[in-house]
Unconditional design. Structure first.
Lengths: 327, 525
């Protein structure tokens, strides 16, 4: 029973990835011509045509797509047209920067967001709660690049506390370049991570607040109080535990979004991650990099969704049967 | 004990007065762009050539006033009009320690001539190159080429042994689906050695202690970082994280100048911005006139010219950073006379309206102006200003702005009625612009003459420029061509874009009109 479900979900996932890359390929026709960016303005028309032919860009889109699929299936994503290096190398080089940034920003969002949401739920009329809700409103409504620029202005230009761009002196640990090894490098991550965390943080604050308010009004909390359990234990062991279920799901699903949309934050802070790589690839019409990046993002989304699906099945076997019955 | 010693030493040094700090000679410079490759023959692109010029050298180079001076060649002569003989400087070594020989030069020029090279514009006339002995190189051209020496700074010399040992004998990389060693590594003879490089992130250069030039650079170590976002670039300059940053966005120039310890060098760039009008199509491709093409009428072109107030564009849209011009080639380009810079027809909207009425377009017409939006300073805004100015004389302009990766294939493919872009003659010689922008599109010329302006007399004169060895006569010829081009209103020159290099006060450098930073010219206080 489980096996059937797993296989059908995996097949669906594979289709999603193929569909994403097909749509991406169709769109590439509109991002511009890489050949115009690969040769200087003075290159002759014959040179351009020769390059286009050598790269196979003169062939029909469908054919280019099939070839891409065939190569990708063998793990070969080709060479970046801009840098002339294997796309996989570029992505693997940039991956640690993005992963560290997203994981750290998610940690900020959770560690700040959950307590803030609880406070806002328990003392809705207190000044601090109103402040929290105001901050969350700002977080939802201000565009990311603007927050980033404001932070740079405040903490780099005016106060001079934090560096304004890049990853700084990262340490190389077995090929993985990390910002966590020294305070000097860690400082570089603070502003980008906070910028990226802000939207997620506000989401968590609002979710935790809503869930907590609902849970606190339920009978079992009232009974717990009636039994004379300490307030702290009621709050943490009973209320929060129940309120966090949907929050955990959202955080999981958000992780994919954050990785995909680190692009803007990375551009503002010149953070050398995958998002910046993608932004550069779009400006250059670097098709192999764009294709590989979009596929990778699709894989990340699909994997997270799959994991969530499987977790649900484990938690609640009815879902599995329900799926079978609907067939 | 050791700590005490150090402390004592520091105290002693302090007592001696200001000490030049060791790190003062190290600078970090930031640019919105990065070199695309380190292969010296793969990509003729501004930032790529800027970085490469520090590592690789040509037979000749340019001085601070863009004049040609000896580099790897100590001297040269011309036994016949089509033969150039270069005497190489003895005792020059590549960064890997191997001595430079004539064979390396022959190899490099042939590599620059090969199919996959993007430097063919510089080597186009060369038919043969040979090495009679270890320190002599002979270059033979197809015809007497007055511009050859102007092109040679860009033909950079690499080591044959190094290139062949790393399978980098050809600049083709992506085409063959393999990595090219020379695109991420470098071994030249230049003033700086490549220490490390992370493409799009940072490139570290270190002064080459073995450089042949006795005028050793002040900057001993330079780290180039890429900061694509304008506000972040300015912030990094304001915080002192970088010592030098360019280009400083126009709106931030006053802010940087007002900051203690920082300055901005500004001046006209050698690139000229202009409008091209499709003069070949029988009917307008993108416009309201379906039975004719108004741009075929000289009067209409002159009307457009006279309707445009370049001073207004320069002061308002470009915030005073641009220099209005009446010529497609800026002063500083070889064989260009300075008197050509005045506009050919005065700004006069009434005269423009009269000309339009005379041509039968008293009611005006509608046309689409194609425009890049990520290539030049305020490019889209300039197009909007052109539209507003032309509206006053009844020409309705729809601005069609797009990224450069779409714009250049579109206008290069002649799929445009009216467009805006800029051109820098790559070898800073008039013949390059004449050949690429002014000559009729045929015989491999007129490639970016996207309005298909065509005049047989001008084409003939351009041919003469190519082989005219007498400097004075050549300048006269170019002046004649540009006067006639203006008479026919082949293009509408607008302005020279402005340069803006931001840096800390301790750095002194001349501003290079081709926007190429040269670290060897940096003097540090």
């Amino acid at each position: 029973m489980y096996l059937n479900t797993i296989i059908s979900r995996l097949l669906q996932a594979a289709w999603v990835i193929v569909a994403v890359s097909a749509i991406a390929f169709a769109l590439f026709q509109y991002v511009g011509d890489p050949v115009s960016q690969m040769l200087g303005q003075d290159a002759s028309a014959a040179d351009r045509d020769a390059l286009r032919r050598d790269l196979g860009l003169d062939r029909p889109v469908a054919l280019q797509f099939l070839q891409f699929l065939g190569n990708a299936a063998r793990g070969d994503f080709g060479l970046s047209l801009q840098q002339g290096r294997p796309v996989m190398d570029l992505i693997l080089e940039r991956l640690p920067a993005t992963l560290e940034l997203t994981v750290f920003s998610t940690a900020i969002a959770v560690l700040l967001g959950v307590p803030m949401g609880m406070v806002a739920a328990l003392r809705p009329r207190a000044l601090v709660s109103r402040a929290i809700m105001l901050v969350s409103l700002i977080g939802v409504s201000l565009p990311t690049f603007f927050i980033g620029i404001l932070l740079i202005l405040a903490f780099s230009v005016i106060l001079g506390w934090l560096p304004s761009f890049g990853r700084g002196p990262v340490a190389d640990i077995g090929g993985w370049r990390t910002n966590f090894a020294s305070w000097d490098a860690f400082r570089y991550m603070l502003m980008p991570a906070f910028t990226l965390a802000l939207f997620q943080l506000t989401l968590i604050v609002r979710l935790v607040r809503g869930e907590m308010m609902e849970v606190m009004g339920q009978d079992f909390i009232r009974f717990a109080r009636a039994r004379g359990l300490p307030a702290r234990s009621i709050l943490v062991r009973h209320a929060l535990k129940n309120a966090l279920m949907p929050v955990v799901t959202i955080i999981g699903l958000q992780l994919g979004t954050i990785i995909a949309f680190a692009l803007i934050t990375e551009t503002v802070f010149q953070w050398p991650g995958m998002g910046l790589l993608f932004a550069e690839a779009v400006a250059f019409a670097d098709i192999p990099v764009m294709a590989a990046y979009l596929c990778l993002i699709a894989v990340i989304f699909v994997t997270i969704n799959l994991a969530v699906d499987f977790l649900y099945i484990l938690i609640d076997p009815r879902l599995c049967r329900g799926h079978g019955a609907s067939r | 004990m050791k700590r005490h010693l150090t402390a004592a030493l520091v105290a002693a040094l302090l007592a001696l007065g200001p000490v030049p700090a060791a790190e003062a000679a190290e600078i970090t410079w930031a640019s919105q762009d990065d070199a695309a490759t380190l292969d010296p023959h793969a990509f003729n692109h501004g930032m790529t050539m800027t970085v490469l010029a520090h590592v690789y050298e040509g037979l000749v180079r340019r001085d601070r006033d863009q004049r040609i001076e000896p580099a790897l060649a100590e001297s040269w002569d011309q036994p016949t009009p089509t033969l150039w003989r270069f005497r190489l400087r003895p005792g020059v070594n590549f960064h890997d320690g191997k001595a430079l020989t004539a064979d390396d030069v022959v190899f490099s020029i042939r590599r620059a001539l090969s199919d996959a090279s993007d430097m063919k514009i510089f080597t186009a006339s060369i038919v043969d190159v040979r090495a009679p002995d270890d320190l002599t190189v002979e270059v033979e051209t197809e015809f007497p080429n007055a511009a050859l020496i102007q092109s040679l700074p860009e033909v950079r010399i690499m080591s044959r042994a190094w290139a062949e040992a790393h399978d980098a004998g050809s600049p083709s990389n992506v085409r063959e689906g393999k990595e090219n060693y020379a695109s991420t590594h470098a071994n030249g003879t230049g003033p700086y050695r490549l220490v490390s490089r992370e493409p799009e992130v940072k490139t570290v250069l270190e002064a080459n202690a073995d450089w042949w030039d006795p005028d050793t650079p002040d900057v001993t170590k330079a780290t180039l970082v890429r900061i694509a976002s304008g506000p972040t670039l300015v912030a990094a300059l304001l915080t002192g994280e970088v010592d030098f940053a360019y280009p400083v966005p126009l709106q931030d120039i006053p802010r940087v100048e007002a900051t203690d310890g920082l300055k901005v060098l500004t001046g006209p760039e050698i690139r000229t911005m202009f409008l091209s009008m499709d003069q070949a199509s029988e009917t307008m491709k993108y416009g309201s006139v379906t039975d004719a093409n108004p741009f075929r009428d000289r009067r209409v072109r002159q009307a457009v010219y006279q309707a445009l107030d370049m001073d207004l564009i320069a002061t308002k849209v470009m915030r005073g950073s641009a220099t209005p011009t009446g010529n497609l080639m800026a002063p500083g380009v070889n064989s260009v006379a300075p008197e050509l810079q005045a506009r050919a027809y005065p700004y006069d909207p009434e005269a423009a309206s009269a000309l339009l009425a005379e041509a039968g377009y008293a009611e005006g017409f509608r046309v689409t102006l194609d425009c890049p939006n990520d290539r030049y300073v305020n490019d889209e805004q300039v197009c909007q200003a052109v539209a507003a100015l032309l509206a006053r004389v009844g020409i309705t302009v729809d601005v069609n702005a797009m990224p450069a990766s779409k714009f250049f294939p579109k206008v290069g493919g002649r799929d445009s009625s009216f467009n805006f872009f800029g051109y820098t003659p790559v070898n800073l010689d008039a013949f390059n612009t004449l050949s690429v922008i002014v000559h009729s599109p045929k015989d491999g010329r007129g490639q970016w003459n996207v309005g298909d302006f065509s005049d047989a007399e001008i084409d003939g004169m351009i041919n003469e420029v190519l082989s005219e060895m007498d400097a004075e006569k050549r300048t006269e010829l170019v002046t004649g061509i540009m006067r006639r081009e203006a008479e026919l209103v082949g293009h509408i020159p607008l302005y020279q874009q402005g340069l803006s290099w931001g840096m800390r006060d301790g750095i002194n450098t001349p501003l290079a009109i081709d926007n190429r930073v040269n670290l060897t010219w940096f003097e540090l206080d």
